[in-house]
Design a protein around this ligand. Structure first.
Ligand code: NDP
Ligand code: HSE
Length: 443
């Protein structure tokens, strides 16, 4: 048996503690599989005496993760602290500069500095593995980087944030409030330290930026992604979606278009009988359309201590076996500059919820504004606002929900601007894109 592979683990929170448990529980099995012991040589966290649920006797403690990353006794540095800058970045850079392979679960770091870090890793000829950074326990990085490496990918999309999916599913199934369900997601360890990263769509955008680079061989471009979060989704939208045969999901979508790459994160309507609509709770799903392989859908746990630790440990096993792949599949020198498709060119159908002053001619005027921009209405329903009885003051706003036929984002935006300016609605209309999924022939 070869000499043990010594790990330095920085960050002993949800994921770090999960990893310590896995390494302890599967110690002998892992040694058998890779032909060497995986041993924890040093750890770092903020608070030394916290109970991590696993004994750390004989393991060196480092107050400073950078010192751990460069310690000569460490073979592999595992970064599980989080954050795109600060100590996590400093430690990963230091480890790579010292010629040590790195494993990280940190999507913010990879999405924002992945290119520079990958260059450094390539220069030093060491691995930079980040399977856990996208969709927790789902092996989507390996799928793109290894299994589909001989394909041309046309589109990659999915539910990439467990917290948002948990919130939307629970709001749908239990009619509970956004705030209450968010607190529950935080208590269960799904949400990021700052949950606005989750609900604002930025966590999904970080993951999508990584997938986009791997899928299309482009430089990573987190800032070029269009991002909308789930904060504006109300019970009225959730109920209207159900009535019209849809579910609302926060999706990240990246696809090649004639003019570049369209990458967007936003709440989307998906048909209720699609596989993605059935993905509930903290579960994530990633769909990939590839030319030779066809369409794949990977579904699994996107967050939580054990699934994420499983992905981190898989990356460590690869290093222990001596496997070395370019971090973004295409070596950094050959990655193409990212070229963004204008969102106005996006084509699709839309859900529109309007709060319309209930007066003669209001709908006619709205329909005219849509027609002026060649936006064709597929269905329209006037609903009683939630919590409101049959009696409503004359002219008080009524809830009107419509679904359009396919149109462009630009036409839709201009129509909605004109409707708002006409003063027939009491607030800016809610517009949600309807996503056409693999195998979905409906709009
Ligand atoms: P936690 O907040 O639970 O843990 C963070 C850890 O980092 C803690 O142990 C903390 O120490 C330690 N830490 C913070 N600052 C420092 C510092 N300056 N020096 C040393 N240690 C420090 O985060 P998670 O475990 O949830 O997440 C870790 C990473 O994994 C993040 O990048 C996250 O995005 C990613 N990830 C998380 C998933 C999840 O389900 N939670 C899923 C997929 C990825 P202490 O414990 O003493 O406070
Ligand atoms: N906060 C993230 C989520 C953790 O909710 O999906 C996994 O990346």
């Amino acid at each position: 048996m070869q000499k043990p592979l010594t790990l330095g683990i920085a960050g002993l929170g949800t994921v770090g503690a999960g990893l310590l448990q896995l390494l302890d529980q599967h110690k002998d099995r892992l040694a058998e599989r890779v032909g060497r012991q995986l041993r924890v040589g040093g750890v770092s966290a903020r608070t030394r005496n916290k109970d991590r649920g696993v004994g750390l006797e004989g393991v060196a403690w480092f107050d400073d993760p950078v010192a751990l990353a460069t310690d000569p006794g460490i073979d592999v540095f595992v970064e599980l602290i989080g954050g795109s800058d600060g100590v996590a970045k400093a430690a990963v850079e230091a480890a790579l500069k010292a010629g040590k392979p790195v494993v990280t679960a940190n999507k913010a770091l990879i999405a924002e500095h992945g290119l520079a870090l990958a260059r450094l890793a390539e220069e030093k000829g060491v691995a930079l593995n980040f399977e856990a950074a996208v969709a927790g326990g789902i092996p989507v990085i390996k799928t793109l980087r290894e299994s589909l490496s001989a394909n041309v990918v046309r589109r990659v999309y999915g539910i990439l944030n467990g917290t948002c999916n948990y919130i939307l599913t629970t709001m749908t199934e239990e009619q509970r409030s956004f705030d209450e369900v968010l607190k529950e997601a935080q208590a269960r360890g799904y949400a990021e330290a700052d949950p606005t990263f989750d609900i604002g769509g930025f966590d999904t955008a970080h993951k999508l930026a990584i997938l986009t680079s791997l899928a299309f061989g482009t430089e990573i471009a987190f800032d070029e992604i269009h991002v909308e979060g789930i904060e504006s989704i109300t019970q009225a939208d959730i109920e209207a979606a159900e009535d019209m045969g849809y579910r609302i999901k926060l999706l990240g979508v990246a696809m090649k278009t004639a003019s570049g790459i369209e990458a967007r994160v936003h709440p989307a309507m998906v048909h209720r009988d699609s596989a993605i609509a059935e993905v509930s709770g903290v579960t994530n799903a990633v769909a990939i359309d590839a030319d030779f392989c066809g369409s794949l859908l990977l579904i699994g746990p996107g967050a939580g201590a054990h699934p994420t630790a499983s992905a981190v440990a898989g990356d460590i096993v690869d290093i222990a076996r001596g496997s070395l792949v370019a971090p973004f599949l295409t070596p950094t020198a050959s990655l193409k500059p990212y070229k963004r498709t204008k969102l106005g060119e996006h084509q699709g159908a839309y859900y529109v919820r309007l709060s319309v002053y209930d007066r003669p001619g209001a709908i006619a005027s709205i329909a005219k504004r849509m027609g002026d921009r060649e936006v064709s209405i597929e269905s329209i329903v006037q609903r009683r606002p939630p919590g409101m009885g049959a009696k409503r003051a004359p002219g008080a706003p009524a809830l009107v929900v419509m679904i359009t036929h396919e149109t462009t984002e630009e036409a839709m935006r201009l129509a909605v601007d004109a409707i708002e300016q006409d003063g027939k609605v009491s607030e800016r209309p809610q517009v949600i894109r309807i996503e056409k999924l693999n195998g979905d022939d409906r709009s």
